[in-house]
Design a protein around this ligand. Sequence first.
Ligand code: ADP
Ligand code: ZN
Length: 520
Amino acid sequence: MHHPTPETTLKDTFGYEAFRGNQKEIIDHLIEGGDALVLMPTGGGKSLCYQIPGLLRQGTAVVVSPLIALMQDQVEALRQNGVKAGSLNSALTQGSALQMERAMVQGELDLVYVAPERLMTPRFQDLLSQTHVSLFAIDEAHCVSQWGHDFRPEYMQLAILAERFPQVPRIALTATADPIVREEMAERLHLTQAKRFVSSFDRPNIRYRIVVKNNPKKQLQDFIEREHDEDSGIVYCLSRKKVESTAAWLSDRGYTALPYHAGLPQDVRAENQRRFITEDQVIIVATVAFGMGIDKPDVRFVAHLDLPKNLESYYQETGRAGRDGLPADAWMAYSLGDAVFLRQMLDSSDGNETFKRIQHQKLNAMLGFCEITGCRRQALLTYFGETLDTPCGNCDTCLEPIDTWEGTTEAQKALSCVYRTGQRFGAGHLINVLLGKITEKVEGCGHENVSTFGIGKDRSDSEWRSVYRQLVAAGLLSVEAQTGGFRLNERSMPVLKGQEQVLFRKDPTPARKGTKSAKR
Ligand code: ADP
Ligand code: ZN
Protein backbone atom coordinates (compact mmCIF):
# COMPACT_ATOMS: atom_id res chain seq x y z
CA MET A 1 0.00 0.00 0.00
CA HIS A 2 1.19 3.52 -0.77
CA HIS A 3 1.82 5.96 1.99
CA PRO A 4 -0.81 8.67 2.11
CA THR A 5 0.45 12.07 0.98
CA PRO A 6 -1.08 15.53 1.49
CA GLU A 7 -2.59 15.24 -2.00
CA THR A 8 -4.15 11.83 -1.50
CA THR A 9 -5.42 12.84 1.94
CA LEU A 10 -6.99 15.98 0.53
CA LYS A 11 -8.82 13.92 -2.03
CA ASP A 12 -9.61 10.72 -0.16
CA THR A 13 -10.45 12.15 3.24
CA PHE A 14 -11.78 15.62 2.44
CA GLY A 15 -12.97 15.14 -1.11
CA TYR A 16 -11.22 18.18 -2.57
CA GLU A 17 -9.31 18.26 -5.82
CA ALA A 18 -6.59 20.83 -5.24
CA PHE A 19 -5.00 22.87 -2.49
CA ARG A 20 -5.83 26.51 -2.24
CA GLY A 21 -3.39 29.39 -1.92
CA ASN A 22 -0.46 28.35 0.24
CA GLN A 23 -2.14 25.44 2.04
CA LYS A 24 0.30 22.95 0.52
CA GLU A 25 3.42 24.87 1.55
CA ILE A 26 2.11 25.19 5.09
CA ILE A 27 1.25 21.51 5.31
CA ASP A 28 4.68 20.45 4.00
CA HIS A 29 6.42 22.78 6.42
CA LEU A 30 4.55 21.33 9.37
CA ILE A 31 5.00 17.74 8.30
CA GLU A 32 8.72 18.40 8.22
CA GLY A 33 8.50 19.60 11.81
CA GLY A 34 8.63 23.37 11.35
CA ASP A 35 6.70 26.00 13.31
CA ALA A 36 4.30 28.17 11.36
CA LEU A 37 2.42 31.42 11.72
CA VAL A 38 -0.50 31.46 9.32
CA LEU A 39 -2.23 34.70 8.41
CA MET A 40 -5.12 33.89 6.16
CA PRO A 41 -8.47 35.60 5.73
CA THR A 42 -11.67 34.01 6.93
CA GLY A 43 -12.79 31.32 4.55
CA GLY A 44 -9.28 30.87 3.20
CA GLY A 45 -9.08 27.29 4.43
CA LYS A 46 -7.01 27.40 7.59
CA SER A 47 -8.35 24.18 9.12
CA LEU A 48 -6.79 21.86 6.54
CA CYS A 49 -3.40 23.39 7.28
CA TYR A 50 -3.25 21.54 10.59
CA GLN A 51 -5.75 18.77 9.97
CA ILE A 52 -3.76 17.15 7.17
CA PRO A 53 -0.41 17.26 9.02
CA GLY A 54 -2.30 15.96 12.04
CA LEU A 55 -3.34 12.95 9.99
CA LEU A 56 0.04 12.39 8.40
CA ARG A 57 2.36 12.87 11.36
CA GLN A 58 2.74 10.17 14.00
CA GLY A 59 0.70 10.78 17.13
CA THR A 60 -2.17 13.03 18.12
CA ALA A 61 -2.55 16.64 16.99
CA VAL A 62 -3.76 18.94 19.76
CA VAL A 63 -5.88 21.81 18.47
CA VAL A 64 -6.56 24.76 20.76
CA SER A 65 -9.80 26.48 19.88
CA PRO A 66 -11.67 29.12 21.87
CA LEU A 67 -15.21 28.28 20.87
CA ILE A 68 -16.97 25.12 21.93
CA ALA A 69 -19.58 25.32 19.19
CA LEU A 70 -16.94 25.65 16.52
CA MET A 71 -14.98 22.81 18.01
CA GLN A 72 -17.96 20.51 17.94
CA ASP A 73 -18.80 21.38 14.35
CA GLN A 74 -15.28 20.63 13.23
CA VAL A 75 -15.07 17.35 15.09
CA GLU A 76 -18.42 16.30 13.70
CA ALA A 77 -17.32 17.12 10.15
CA LEU A 78 -14.04 15.26 10.62
CA ARG A 79 -15.78 12.19 11.94
CA GLN A 80 -18.09 12.17 8.97
CA ASN A 81 -14.97 12.06 6.83
CA GLY A 82 -13.77 9.05 8.77
CA VAL A 83 -11.17 10.89 10.85
CA LYS A 84 -10.55 9.81 14.44
CA ALA A 85 -11.18 13.12 16.15
CA GLY A 86 -12.51 14.23 19.50
CA SER A 87 -12.93 17.30 21.64
CA LEU A 88 -12.45 18.08 25.29
CA ASN A 89 -14.46 20.93 26.67
CA SER A 90 -16.83 21.92 29.43
CA ALA A 91 -19.83 20.71 27.45
CA LEU A 92 -18.82 17.07 27.93
CA THR A 93 -20.00 14.90 30.81
CA GLN A 94 -17.27 13.69 33.11
CA GLY A 95 -17.67 10.16 31.80
CA SER A 96 -17.20 11.04 28.15
CA ALA A 97 -14.32 13.36 29.01
CA LEU A 98 -12.55 10.49 30.77
CA GLN A 99 -13.14 8.26 27.80
CA MET A 100 -11.77 10.87 25.45
CA GLU A 101 -8.71 11.38 27.62
CA ARG A 102 -8.00 7.67 27.66
CA ALA A 103 -8.32 7.44 23.89
CA MET A 104 -5.90 10.33 23.53
CA VAL A 105 -3.23 8.84 25.76
CA GLN A 106 -3.55 5.48 24.05
CA GLY A 107 -2.93 7.07 20.70
CA GLU A 108 -6.36 6.29 19.31
CA LEU A 109 -7.04 9.80 18.11
CA ASP A 110 -5.50 11.72 15.23
CA LEU A 111 -6.88 15.06 16.36
CA VAL A 112 -8.07 16.39 19.70
CA TYR A 113 -9.70 19.81 20.06
CA VAL A 114 -9.22 21.42 23.46
CA ALA A 115 -10.42 24.64 25.03
CA PRO A 116 -7.46 26.76 26.15
CA GLU A 117 -8.46 26.85 29.82
CA ARG A 118 -8.56 23.08 29.87
CA LEU A 119 -5.26 22.65 28.09
CA MET A 120 -3.41 24.54 30.79
CA THR A 121 -4.78 22.60 33.76
CA PRO A 122 -2.20 20.46 35.62
CA ARG A 123 -4.33 17.45 34.88
CA PHE A 124 -4.28 17.96 31.15
CA GLN A 125 -0.61 18.86 31.13
CA ASP A 126 0.00 15.55 32.86
CA LEU A 127 -2.04 13.71 30.22
CA LEU A 128 -0.11 15.50 27.52
CA SER A 129 3.18 14.26 28.89
CA GLN A 130 1.89 10.71 28.46
CA THR A 131 0.65 11.39 24.93
CA HIS A 132 2.57 11.30 21.69
CA VAL A 133 1.71 14.76 20.41
CA SER A 134 2.20 15.23 16.67
CA LEU A 135 1.67 18.99 16.63
CA PHE A 136 -0.02 21.86 18.43
CA ALA A 137 -2.38 24.04 16.47
CA ILE A 138 -3.51 27.31 18.00
CA ASP A 139 -6.60 28.54 16.22
CA GLU A 140 -7.85 32.15 16.48
CA ALA A 141 -4.38 32.96 17.75
CA HIS A 142 -5.10 36.70 17.89
CA CYS A 143 -7.01 35.96 21.10
CA VAL A 144 -3.63 36.24 22.82
CA SER A 145 -3.38 39.93 21.95
CA GLN A 146 -4.64 42.61 24.26
CA TRP A 147 -4.84 45.08 21.40
CA GLY A 148 -7.18 42.78 19.55
CA HIS A 149 -10.90 42.62 20.14
CA ASP A 150 -11.14 39.01 21.29
CA PHE A 151 -8.59 38.91 24.09
CA ARG A 152 -8.67 35.66 26.09
CA PRO A 153 -6.42 35.62 29.13
CA GLU A 154 -6.06 31.81 28.93
CA TYR A 155 -4.21 32.22 25.66
CA MET A 156 -1.35 33.96 27.44
CA GLN A 157 -0.21 30.70 28.94
CA LEU A 158 0.08 28.92 25.63
CA ALA A 159 3.69 30.08 25.35
CA ILE A 160 4.49 27.37 27.89
CA LEU A 161 3.96 24.79 25.16
CA ALA A 162 7.11 26.02 23.44
CA GLU A 163 9.16 25.28 26.55
CA ARG A 164 7.57 22.03 27.53
CA PHE A 165 7.40 20.51 24.08
CA PRO A 166 10.27 22.05 22.14
CA GLN A 167 10.37 19.16 19.70
CA VAL A 168 6.68 19.37 18.77
CA PRO A 169 5.86 21.68 15.83
CA ARG A 170 3.41 24.46 16.51
CA ILE A 171 1.14 26.30 14.14
CA ALA A 172 -0.76 29.45 15.07
CA LEU A 173 -3.54 30.64 12.80
CA THR A 174 -5.56 33.82 12.54
CA ALA A 175 -7.59 35.90 10.12
CA THR A 176 -6.41 39.06 11.83
CA ALA A 177 -5.04 41.63 9.47
CA ASP A 178 -3.88 44.12 12.08
CA PRO A 179 -0.05 44.38 11.99
CA ILE A 180 0.23 45.29 15.69
CA VAL A 181 -1.83 42.31 16.75
CA ARG A 182 0.20 40.03 14.49
CA GLU A 183 3.48 41.04 16.09
CA GLU A 184 2.13 40.75 19.58
CA MET A 185 0.80 37.32 18.74
CA ALA A 186 4.13 36.05 17.43
CA GLU A 187 5.89 37.31 20.52
CA ARG A 188 3.47 36.09 23.12
CA LEU A 189 3.23 32.64 21.60
CA HIS A 190 7.02 32.44 21.21
CA LEU A 191 6.66 32.10 17.48
CA THR A 192 8.88 34.95 16.29
CA GLN A 193 11.17 32.37 14.67
CA ALA A 194 8.30 30.52 13.02
CA LYS A 195 7.94 30.64 9.26
CA ARG A 196 5.24 33.08 8.25
CA PHE A 197 2.63 32.35 5.66
CA VAL A 198 0.73 35.46 4.68
CA SER A 199 -2.13 35.22 2.23
CA SER A 200 -3.69 38.15 0.47
CA PHE A 201 -6.53 39.58 2.50
CA ASP A 202 -8.42 40.73 -0.53
CA ARG A 203 -11.96 39.43 -0.81
CA PRO A 204 -12.65 40.33 -4.42
CA ASN A 205 -16.23 39.04 -4.41
CA ILE A 206 -17.29 41.41 -1.66
CA ARG A 207 -18.61 44.73 -2.88
CA TYR A 208 -17.95 47.51 -0.36
CA ARG A 209 -20.44 50.31 -0.05
CA ILE A 210 -21.03 53.07 2.47
CA VAL A 211 -24.03 55.36 2.32
CA VAL A 212 -24.81 58.49 4.28
CA LYS A 213 -27.27 57.55 6.97
CA ASN A 214 -30.44 59.61 7.28
CA ASN A 215 -33.20 57.08 7.80
CA PRO A 216 -31.31 53.92 8.66
CA LYS A 217 -34.07 51.33 8.99
CA LYS A 218 -35.70 52.46 5.77
CA GLN A 219 -32.37 52.58 3.96
CA LEU A 220 -31.61 49.07 5.16
CA GLN A 221 -34.99 47.82 4.08
CA ASP A 222 -34.56 49.39 0.65
CA PHE A 223 -31.14 47.84 0.28
CA ILE A 224 -32.38 44.38 1.21
CA GLU A 225 -35.52 44.66 -0.90
CA ARG A 226 -33.62 45.88 -3.94
CA GLU A 227 -30.72 43.47 -3.83
CA HIS A 228 -31.18 40.68 -1.33
CA ASP A 229 -34.86 40.05 -1.02
CA GLU A 230 -34.43 36.29 -0.76
CA ASP A 231 -30.98 36.02 0.77
CA SER A 232 -29.35 35.32 4.09
CA GLY A 233 -27.50 38.16 5.69
CA ILE A 234 -26.18 39.71 8.87
CA VAL A 235 -27.11 43.16 10.14
CA TYR A 236 -24.83 44.64 12.79
CA CYS A 237 -26.00 47.23 15.30
CA LEU A 238 -24.16 48.71 18.25
CA SER A 239 -26.78 48.37 20.98
CA ARG A 240 -29.03 45.57 22.09
CA LYS A 241 -32.01 47.86 21.89
CA LYS A 242 -31.31 48.68 18.29
CA VAL A 243 -30.82 45.00 17.51
CA GLU A 244 -34.29 44.30 18.87
CA SER A 245 -35.99 47.19 17.13
CA THR A 246 -34.31 46.52 13.80
CA ALA A 247 -35.18 42.83 13.89
CA ALA A 248 -38.77 43.77 14.69
CA TRP A 249 -38.87 46.34 11.89
CA LEU A 250 -37.66 43.81 9.32
CA SER A 251 -40.00 41.12 10.66
CA ASP A 252 -42.95 43.49 10.32
CA ARG A 253 -42.00 43.83 6.68
CA GLY A 254 -42.13 40.13 6.03
CA TYR A 255 -38.52 39.10 6.50
CA THR A 256 -37.35 36.34 8.80
CA ALA A 257 -35.15 38.55 10.96
CA LEU A 258 -33.84 37.16 14.25
CA PRO A 259 -32.11 39.09 17.01
CA TYR A 260 -28.82 38.03 18.55
CA HIS A 261 -27.06 39.75 21.45
CA ALA A 262 -25.48 38.85 24.78
CA GLY A 263 -28.58 39.96 26.70
CA LEU A 264 -30.79 37.25 25.25
CA PRO A 265 -31.20 33.92 27.04
CA GLN A 266 -28.67 31.32 25.96
CA ASP A 267 -31.28 29.04 24.39
CA VAL A 268 -32.78 31.84 22.30
CA ARG A 269 -29.36 32.81 21.04
CA ALA A 270 -28.48 29.23 20.19
CA GLU A 271 -31.78 28.71 18.43
CA ASN A 272 -31.50 31.90 16.38
CA GLN A 273 -27.96 31.04 15.41
CA ARG A 274 -29.01 27.54 14.46
CA ARG A 275 -31.82 28.82 12.27
CA PHE A 276 -29.53 31.31 10.58
CA ILE A 277 -27.05 28.58 9.74
CA THR A 278 -29.44 25.85 8.71
CA GLU A 279 -32.34 27.69 7.10
CA ASP A 280 -32.43 29.80 3.96
CA GLN A 281 -33.40 33.46 3.78
CA VAL A 282 -32.77 34.24 7.43
CA ILE A 283 -31.44 37.63 8.44
CA ILE A 284 -29.69 37.78 11.76
CA VAL A 285 -29.65 41.18 13.44
CA ALA A 286 -26.83 41.22 15.93
CA THR A 287 -24.33 43.03 18.04
CA VAL A 288 -20.70 42.17 17.43
CA ALA A 289 -21.20 39.33 19.91
CA PHE A 290 -22.30 37.38 16.86
CA GLY A 291 -20.08 35.89 14.26
CA MET A 292 -16.79 34.55 15.48
CA GLY A 293 -16.47 31.03 14.21
CA ILE A 294 -19.67 31.15 12.18
CA ASP A 295 -19.09 29.13 9.05
CA LYS A 296 -22.00 29.84 6.77
CA PRO A 297 -20.72 30.02 3.23
CA ASP A 298 -23.70 31.69 1.56
CA VAL A 299 -24.15 34.86 3.62
CA ARG A 300 -24.96 37.25 0.78
CA PHE A 301 -24.70 40.52 2.68
CA VAL A 302 -23.38 42.07 5.84
CA ALA A 303 -24.96 45.39 6.72
CA HIS A 304 -23.72 47.81 9.36
CA LEU A 305 -26.16 50.27 10.86
CA ASP A 306 -23.44 51.61 13.11
CA LEU A 307 -19.81 52.20 12.45
CA PRO A 308 -17.34 49.62 13.78
CA LYS A 309 -14.66 51.18 15.93
CA ASN A 310 -11.80 50.27 13.64
CA LEU A 311 -11.02 48.79 10.25
CA GLU A 312 -9.96 45.45 11.70
CA SER A 313 -13.47 44.94 13.05
CA TYR A 314 -14.99 46.19 9.83
CA TYR A 315 -12.89 43.78 7.81
CA GLN A 316 -13.63 40.87 10.09
CA GLU A 317 -17.36 41.52 10.21
CA THR A 318 -17.78 42.16 6.49
CA GLY A 319 -15.61 39.11 5.84
CA ARG A 320 -18.45 36.89 6.98
CA ALA A 321 -20.16 37.63 3.66
CA GLY A 322 -19.51 35.56 0.57
CA ARG A 323 -17.30 32.85 1.96
CA ASP A 324 -18.40 30.69 -0.96
CA GLY A 325 -16.69 33.10 -3.34
CA LEU A 326 -19.92 34.27 -4.99
CA PRO A 327 -20.84 37.97 -5.17
CA ALA A 328 -21.73 39.46 -1.79
CA ASP A 329 -22.28 42.91 -0.35
CA ALA A 330 -20.76 44.78 2.54
CA TRP A 331 -23.13 47.68 3.04
CA MET A 332 -22.91 50.32 5.73
CA ALA A 333 -24.85 53.41 6.70
CA TYR A 334 -22.75 56.09 8.32
CA SER A 335 -23.49 59.54 9.71
CA LEU A 336 -22.16 62.52 11.59
CA GLY A 337 -23.63 60.94 14.71
CA ASP A 338 -21.36 57.89 14.32
CA ALA A 339 -18.27 60.02 13.99
CA VAL A 340 -19.22 62.11 17.03
CA PHE A 341 -20.18 59.10 19.10
CA LEU A 342 -16.99 57.17 18.47
CA ARG A 343 -14.76 60.17 19.12
CA GLN A 344 -16.65 60.82 22.32
CA MET A 345 -16.43 57.21 23.47
CA LEU A 346 -12.74 57.09 22.89
CA ASP A 347 -12.00 60.28 24.78
CA SER A 348 -13.99 59.21 27.79
CA SER A 349 -12.60 55.67 27.92
CA ASP A 350 -9.95 54.72 30.44
CA GLY A 351 -6.71 53.15 29.41
CA ASN A 352 -3.19 54.37 29.27
CA GLU A 353 -1.91 56.95 26.83
CA THR A 354 -0.36 54.47 24.42
CA PHE A 355 -3.58 52.52 24.24
CA LYS A 356 -5.56 55.67 23.57
CA ARG A 357 -3.12 56.89 20.96
CA ILE A 358 -3.37 53.62 19.06
CA GLN A 359 -7.16 53.60 19.31
CA HIS A 360 -7.18 57.15 17.99
CA GLN A 361 -5.11 56.19 14.99
CA LYS A 362 -7.42 53.28 14.35
CA LEU A 363 -10.52 55.41 14.59
CA ASN A 364 -9.00 58.00 12.26
CA ALA A 365 -8.36 55.25 9.74
CA MET A 366 -11.93 54.01 10.08
CA LEU A 367 -13.42 57.47 9.61
CA GLY A 368 -11.02 58.22 6.78
CA PHE A 369 -12.17 55.05 5.08
CA CYS A 370 -15.78 56.22 5.24
CA GLU A 371 -14.96 59.60 3.74
CA ILE A 372 -12.58 58.38 1.08
CA THR A 373 -13.10 59.41 -2.54
CA GLY A 374 -10.80 56.76 -4.05
CA CYS A 375 -11.21 52.99 -4.23
CA ARG A 376 -12.26 51.50 -0.90
CA ARG A 377 -10.61 48.15 -1.50
CA GLN A 378 -7.29 49.78 -2.27
CA ALA A 379 -7.55 51.76 0.96
CA LEU A 380 -8.52 48.73 3.01
CA LEU A 381 -5.67 46.60 1.69
CA THR A 382 -3.17 49.43 2.05
CA TYR A 383 -4.12 49.68 5.69
CA PHE A 384 -3.29 46.02 6.11
CA GLY A 385 0.05 46.41 4.36
CA GLU A 386 -0.90 45.11 0.95
CA THR A 387 -1.00 46.89 -2.37
CA LEU A 388 -3.62 46.64 -5.05
CA ASP A 389 -2.28 48.27 -8.18
CA THR A 390 -5.50 49.36 -9.81
CA PRO A 391 -8.87 50.46 -8.44
CA CYS A 392 -11.03 47.41 -7.89
CA GLY A 393 -14.14 48.24 -9.88
CA ASN A 394 -16.24 46.53 -7.22
CA CYS A 395 -16.83 49.18 -4.57
CA ASP A 396 -19.15 52.18 -4.48
CA THR A 397 -16.47 54.75 -5.16
CA CYS A 398 -15.23 52.79 -8.18
CA LEU A 399 -18.72 52.19 -9.52
CA GLU A 400 -19.90 55.74 -9.00
CA PRO A 401 -16.94 58.07 -8.74
CA ILE A 402 -17.21 60.68 -6.02
CA ASP A 403 -16.97 64.37 -6.82
CA THR A 404 -15.20 66.72 -4.49
CA TRP A 405 -15.73 70.40 -3.88
CA GLU A 406 -13.48 73.15 -2.63
CA GLY A 407 -14.95 73.97 0.75
CA THR A 408 -12.42 76.14 2.54
CA THR A 409 -14.92 78.97 2.99
CA GLU A 410 -17.60 76.61 4.27
CA ALA A 411 -15.13 75.00 6.64
CA GLN A 412 -14.22 78.43 7.97
CA LYS A 413 -17.87 79.36 8.46
CA ALA A 414 -18.58 76.08 10.23
CA LEU A 415 -15.55 76.38 12.49
CA SER A 416 -16.08 80.02 13.36
CA CYS A 417 -19.68 79.25 14.24
CA VAL A 418 -18.34 76.75 16.77
CA TYR A 419 -16.07 79.44 18.16
CA ARG A 420 -18.63 82.27 18.23
CA THR A 421 -21.18 80.17 20.08
CA GLY A 422 -18.74 79.23 22.83
CA GLN A 423 -17.49 75.80 21.74
CA ARG A 424 -20.07 73.71 23.47
CA PHE A 425 -22.79 72.88 20.95
CA GLY A 426 -23.37 70.01 18.54
CA ALA A 427 -24.21 70.13 14.88
CA GLY A 428 -27.98 70.58 15.20
CA HIS A 429 -27.80 73.93 16.94
CA LEU A 430 -24.79 75.15 14.97
CA ILE A 431 -26.55 74.47 11.70
CA ASN A 432 -29.61 76.40 12.87
CA VAL A 433 -27.34 79.36 13.62
CA LEU A 434 -25.63 79.10 10.25
CA LEU A 435 -28.98 78.91 8.49
CA GLY A 436 -30.27 81.88 10.47
CA LYS A 437 -33.12 79.97 12.06
CA ILE A 438 -34.75 81.41 15.12
CA THR A 439 -35.34 78.54 17.52
CA GLU A 440 -35.95 78.59 21.25
CA LYS A 441 -32.39 77.57 21.87
CA VAL A 442 -31.00 80.18 19.47
CA GLU A 443 -32.99 82.90 21.21
CA GLY A 444 -32.28 81.55 24.65
CA CYS A 445 -28.56 81.75 24.02
CA GLY A 446 -28.77 85.04 22.14
CA HIS A 447 -27.18 83.40 19.17
CA GLU A 448 -29.20 85.45 16.70
CA ASN A 449 -26.69 88.16 17.57
CA VAL A 450 -23.46 86.28 16.84
CA SER A 451 -21.62 87.18 13.67
CA THR A 452 -22.10 83.75 12.13
CA PHE A 453 -25.90 83.88 12.41
CA GLY A 454 -27.36 83.32 8.95
CA ILE A 455 -24.04 83.29 7.09
CA GLY A 456 -24.72 79.80 5.74
CA LYS A 457 -28.06 80.32 4.04
CA ASP A 458 -26.58 79.43 0.68
CA ARG A 459 -26.23 75.78 1.70
CA SER A 460 -28.80 73.26 2.86
CA ASP A 461 -29.14 71.61 6.23
CA SER A 462 -27.81 68.33 4.85
CA GLU A 463 -24.84 70.04 3.22
CA TRP A 464 -23.85 71.58 6.53
CA ARG A 465 -24.32 68.23 8.19
CA SER A 466 -21.94 66.75 5.66
CA VAL A 467 -19.45 69.57 6.31
CA TYR A 468 -19.47 68.99 10.06
CA ARG A 469 -19.27 65.24 9.60
CA GLN A 470 -16.22 65.55 7.41
CA LEU A 471 -14.57 68.07 9.72
CA VAL A 472 -15.02 65.70 12.67
CA ALA A 473 -13.93 62.69 10.65
CA ALA A 474 -10.81 64.48 9.46
CA GLY A 475 -9.98 65.60 12.99
CA LEU A 476 -10.29 69.30 12.11
CA LEU A 477 -12.84 69.62 14.88
CA SER A 478 -12.86 67.93 18.28
CA VAL A 479 -15.73 66.45 20.23
CA GLU A 480 -16.12 67.11 23.94
CA ALA A 481 -16.15 63.78 25.74
CA GLN A 482 -18.79 64.77 28.31
CA THR A 483 -21.32 66.63 26.22
CA GLY A 484 -20.62 65.72 22.62
CA GLY A 485 -20.29 69.43 21.82
CA PHE A 486 -17.72 70.60 19.29
CA ARG A 487 -14.59 72.55 20.04
CA LEU A 488 -11.71 73.78 17.97
CA ASN A 489 -8.32 72.13 18.12
CA GLU A 490 -4.84 72.91 16.87
CA ARG A 491 -5.74 71.55 13.47
CA SER A 492 -8.70 73.93 13.11
CA MET A 493 -6.45 76.98 13.24
CA PRO A 494 -4.67 76.72 9.87
CA VAL A 495 -8.09 76.34 8.22
CA LEU A 496 -9.55 79.34 10.02
CA LYS A 497 -6.51 81.42 9.14
CA GLY A 498 -6.78 80.42 5.49
CA GLN A 499 -3.44 78.59 5.58
CA GLU A 500 -4.97 75.27 4.70
CA GLN A 501 -7.43 74.36 1.98
CA VAL A 502 -10.27 71.97 2.59
CA LEU A 503 -11.66 69.62 -0.01
CA PHE A 504 -14.95 67.94 0.79
CA ARG A 505 -16.45 64.86 -0.75
CA LYS A 506 -19.79 65.40 -2.40
CA ASP A 507 -22.12 62.83 -0.89
CA PRO A 508 -23.89 60.95 -3.66
CA THR A 509 -27.65 61.12 -3.71
CA PRO A 510 -29.14 57.80 -2.64
CA ALA A 511 -29.49 55.15 -5.33
CA ARG A 512 -33.01 54.61 -6.60
CA LYS A 513 -34.58 51.61 -8.19
CA GLY A 514 -33.11 50.87 -11.58
CA THR A 515 -29.82 52.64 -11.07
CA LYS A 516 -26.39 51.16 -11.55
CA SER A 517 -26.19 49.39 -8.23
CA ALA A 518 -29.53 47.66 -8.64
CA LYS A 519 -30.12 43.95 -8.33
CA ARG A 520 -27.64 41.78 -10.12
P1 ADP B 1 -11.03 29.42 7.71
O1 ADP B 1 -10.83 28.65 8.98
O2 ADP B 1 -9.76 29.93 7.11
O3 ADP B 1 -12.06 30.49 7.82
P2 ADP B 1 -12.02 26.92 6.73
O4 ADP B 1 -10.89 26.06 7.07
O5 ADP B 1 -13.24 26.83 7.58
O6 ADP B 1 -11.57 28.43 6.61
O7 ADP B 1 -12.40 26.66 5.22
C1 ADP B 1 -13.41 27.40 4.58
C2 ADP B 1 -14.16 26.51 3.62
O8 ADP B 1 -13.36 26.18 2.49
C3 ADP B 1 -14.58 25.19 4.23
O9 ADP B 1 -15.88 24.90 3.81
C4 ADP B 1 -13.55 24.21 3.69
O10 ADP B 1 -14.03 22.91 3.67
C5 ADP B 1 -13.29 24.77 2.31
N1 ADP B 1 -11.94 24.43 1.80
C6 ADP B 1 -10.77 24.58 2.45
N2 ADP B 1 -9.74 24.19 1.69
C7 ADP B 1 -10.26 23.79 0.51
C8 ADP B 1 -9.71 23.29 -0.72
N3 ADP B 1 -8.40 23.12 -0.88
N4 ADP B 1 -10.56 23.00 -1.72
C9 ADP B 1 -11.89 23.17 -1.57
N5 ADP B 1 -12.48 23.64 -0.44
C10 ADP B 1 -11.69 23.95 0.59
ZN1 ZN C 1 -12.83 49.98 -5.70
